[in-house]
Design a protein. Structure first.
Length: 108
């Protein structure tokens, strides 16, 4: 059970494992960290099509790992960024606590 071994892992690596982020989502997370980027910009940076990136972002939004902000410049568009690492750590801890409660109930 490699995911339980946290020795030598960075916070970000633990977050990736807890939320089961795939390679694309990990790349998107790294690109968005400290940046606000559109789907088109992200798609270019990770060399994937926009619809694939959009699906990956939606999954990350559903897990509360990223934020979407609406912008207007003649048309409405969205920019994406990660939550601050402190908030991501809180979300991760809460997720692990809920998981632990469910596992404990199953085992008892």
């Amino acid at each position: 059970m490699d995911f339980l071994d946290v020795e030598g892992k960075k916070k970000k690596d633990i977050v990736f494992e807890v939320f089961d982020l795939n390679g694309l989502q990990r790349s998107l997370f790294n690109e968005m960290e400290d940046s606000k980027l559109t789907v088109k910009e992200l798609a270019t940076r990770v060399d994937r099509n926009r619809s694939t990136v959009q699906r990956a972002l939606q999954e990350m939004l559903d897990k509360d790992l990223v934020m979407r902000e609406g912008k207007t410049d003649k048309t409405v568009y969205y920019v994406y960024t990660t939550l601050p690492m402190e908030e991501i750590c809180e979300v991760t801890s809460k997720t692990l606590d809920l998981w632990h409660q469910k596992v404990s109930r199953k085992l008892n």
